[in-house]
Structures are given as structure tokens and as C-alpha cells.
Ligand binder design. Structure first.
Ligand code: ATP
Ligand code: FE
Length: 366
């Protein structure tokens, strides 16, 4: 079976076709990144207009790259939630149109579940496993027990790490530096941090140190970084983009503290799984995914944690960590093979506000 996946939850219009073995037969990604950079952030109306403009060419191009036509496609998988409602609506509407026109079943996909499952496409990872999802809109730990069985262990009580990186990069005007001009905030912060010279110049507070649950918080960290930046600007009477090397040192401090926080909470989740016999020894596996998982410093510190506790660690390749159509197609395939959520009749029942996953926080994690 060949599955076509459509992703429009945020600012990327993505489409991909995969076969039953998980080979990518065609993929297309239209990124709005550079347009939103000019506005200083994503404006939902603008994102929606761009999805509307690019969705059809993106899907057509994918079929063309795969050298397939609609007769070859078994089903269409599409992101249902979470995301920007205006953006999600375009993908869903177009998927419904295709479903009617070519008589194909629709498979609704949860964007975060897709981030967590796509690691299985290229690695031999069996259920259950632990996942840490770190992205522009989320930060969560979950136990993945099956394709549609996720047990949430903890999540951010405020903002997400990718969002902090993006805001700090913008406030630092890192994009004024030519070699960073095309990069997303997280990648720019990573590059700046790699040039740090004094790793002890800034001390940032480690969030939620006394909390015994698996939740995250990044607001305090963001505020501290912004405050330190302000202080240094005043001290030297210059703006952030001229504030080198301090800005590099501050990026390094942000990255180190973020990593420590992620490691701290992930270790708690490992303890919780161990104490409740949720993960047998042979299933000690951690999957890290979402855009922030591209960060090598963060991944390396998590790898050290995994080595210490005898976990295997996996992450999808970078282009599959950030938003893409492949992960939607893969999740669609996993559901198709188990006949989960395959909607043939009554596709109008699919509504972008519908909720079909267990999103209750498991309080035993406390
Ligand atoms: P969500 O998945 O929560 O809905 P999203 O889809 O917008 O959010 P992703 O596409 O998964 O997020 O990830 C984008 C985020 O990843 C951005 O905030 C970006 O700054 C961050 N990011 C990308 N590369 C890196 C990197 N190398 N280091 C740190 N952060 C990064
Ligand atoms: Fe995402």
C-alpha cells in the first residue's frame, strides 16, 4: 500500500508518498520560513494564504517525483491537530477534496504522534518506548505503547524550547549576521553558542528543580536571557547584534541550561517508568524528535543520560525532526496496516477540532 501524507499544521506545506516498507517515493516541502522572518513571526492569516497557494502544486509535485498517479495511492493521511486552526483547515479541506474526487480513504493524524512515530520508519524500535518531543510549540514526555496509545507523562506548563530559541534569536537580531540570515532561530542560537568563549559569564536558573513531576517550564529561562541581554546592552551602550562575544556566551548558557532541564525531566520519566514497571529492560528506548531534536548539543547530553541508564537513544534524521509530510504518511501507514482511524465514509465527520488521543496527564508521574 502506498500512502500519501499531507502536513499543514504550522508554516510548512508538506507532502510525501511512502510505500509499505517505509521507503520515501516522493516528498515536497514548501517552507514559509523566509516570509515569516520578514514579519518577525508567523501571522496565521499569511500562513493560511500561503498554504492555500502551495497545497495543490506541492501534492502534484510529489506525485510527479514518485512517478505515480492516484490509482497507485491507497489512502490519504492528513494532520488533524494540533496546530494553527487556519493552517490545519487548508490541509484538511484539500485532503477531503482529494478523497472525494479519487475515492480514497482519509486517515487523520495527530501531529505530535507523527513526530514520535516517524523514528520507527528508519530504526528498529518496538513498543513500548519513551519519547521526548521538543519543538516550536511543544515540550512533552510520553510513553508510546502503540500507534494510537500514548501516555502523557509531563509537558510544558508554559512555552516550548523552540519558541524560546526563536524569540531570543529575534531579540538578539542574530539574523543581521549574514551567515545566520537564512536560519531558523534554534539553529542560529546553536551556531552562536558554538562560538562562545566564556561559558561561566552567565548563570541561568535551572527550571523546576524542586518539582518531582515530569513537567517542563521555559518562561523563566526566557525572561532571564532577555534580562541579561538588556543589562549587557545598557552596560556597553550598544544593541544586541553588536554585542559579541557576550551574545554568543549567552546563547551557550541558554543551550546548556535547556539541555540540563531536559535531561533532568527525562531522568524523572525514566525513574517513573522503572518504578511502575512500564518499560521492561529490553524496551529501554528513548526517541527524541521535533525540530529542537536537530540540536546536537541537546542530543549529545541526552545521549550521555541514556548511556548512564542503559537506554538506547534514537532520533529521526534532521529533515524528519522538523515538520514534514513524510511523518504524516508514515503515521498514516502505521494506522492503515492496523485498520485504525481509516475513514472511508462520512469523511465530513473529520473536524480539525476533534480530539482522538489520550491527552490526560498521568498524575502518577508526580
Ligand atoms: P509543534 O511540532 O510543537 O507543533 P512546530 O511544528 O512549529 O511545533 P517543528 O517544526 O517541529 O515545530 O520545530 C521547529 C522548531 O525547531 C523551531 O522553533 C526551531 O527554532 C527549532 N529548531 C530547529 N533546528 C534547531 C536546532 N538546530 N537547535 C534548536 N532548535 C532548533
Ligand atoms: Fe512540529
Amino acid at each position: 500500500a502506498k500512502i500519501l501524507g499531507i502536513e499543514t499544521s504550522c508554516d510548512d506545506t508538506g507532502c510525501a508518498i511512502i510505500n509499505e516498507k517505509g521507503d520515501i517515493l516522493g516528498e515536497t516541502l514548501h517552507s514559509q520560513n523566509l516570509i515569516h522572518l520578514r514579519y518577525g513571526g508567523i501571522i496565521p492569516d499569511v500562513a493560511q494564504d500561503l498554504h492555500r497557494k502551495y497545497i495543490e502544486p506541492t501534492v502534484h509535485k510529489t506525485l510527479e517525483l514518485a512517478q505515480l498517479n492516484w490509482l497507485d495511492i491507497a489512502a490519504i493521511a492528513v494532520t488533524l491537530e494540533p496546530g494553527l486552526p487556519l493552517s490545519l483547515a487548508i490541509g484538511m479541506k484539500y485532503a477531503k477534496h482529494l478523497s472525494r474526487k479519487y475515492n480514497k480513504p482519509l486517515i487523520p493524524v495527530h501531529h505530535m504522534e507523527a513526530h514520535a512515530l516517524v523514528a520507527r520508519m528508519q530504526h528498529n524500535i518496538s513498543f513500548p518506548y519513551l519519547t521526548l518531543l521538543i519543538s516550536g510549540g511543544h515540550c512533552l514526555l510520553a510513553l508510546v505503547q502503540g500507534v494510537n496509545k500514548f501516555q502523557l507523562l509531563g509537558q510544558s506548563i508554559d512555552c516550548a524550547p523552540g519558541e524560546v530559541f526563536d524569540k531570543v534569536a529575534r531579540r538578539m537580531k542574530l539574523r543581521n549576521i549574514p551567515e545566520y540570515s537564512q536560519l531558523c532561530g534554534g539553529r542560529a542560537v546553536e551556531m552562536a553558542a558554538s562560538k562562545a568563549t566564556d561559558l561561566n559569564l552567565f548563570q541561568l536558573p535551572l527550571p523546576l528543580v524542586d518539582h518531582k513531576d515530569c513537567n517542563f517550564s521555559f518562561n523563566g529561562l526566557k525572561t532571564s536571557v532577555m534580562y541579561q541581554l538588556f543589562r549587557k546592552e545598557k552596560e556597553h551602550s550598544i544593541e544586541a547584534d553588536k554585542l559579541i562575544p557576550e551574545a554568543n556566551d549567552l546563547c551557550a548558557a541558554l543551550l546548556m541550561t535547556t539541555s540540563r532541564h531536559l535531561v533532568h525531566r527525562t531522568q524523572r520519566a525514566m525513574d517513573f517508568c522503572h518504578n511502575n514497571n512500564l518499560l521492561p529492560d529490553e524496551k529501554k528506548q528513548l526517541v527524541v524528535s521535533g525540530g529542537v531534536a536537530c540540536n546536537n548539543y541537546i542530543f549529545n547530553t541526552l545521549t550521555e543520560l541514556c548511556n548512564e541508564f542503559d537506554y538506547k537513544i534514537y532520533r529521526p534524521e534532521p529533515k524528519l525532526c522538523t515538520d514534514n509530510g513524510v511523518m504524516i504518511a508514515w503515521n498514516g501507514l502505521e494506522k492503515w496496516q492496523r485498520n485504525i482511524d481509516v475513514v472511508s465514509k462520512n469523511i465530513n465527520s473529520l473536524d480539525i477540532k476533534a480530539i482522538n488521543v489520550d491527552t490526560e496527564v498521568d498524575n502518577r508521574a508526580e
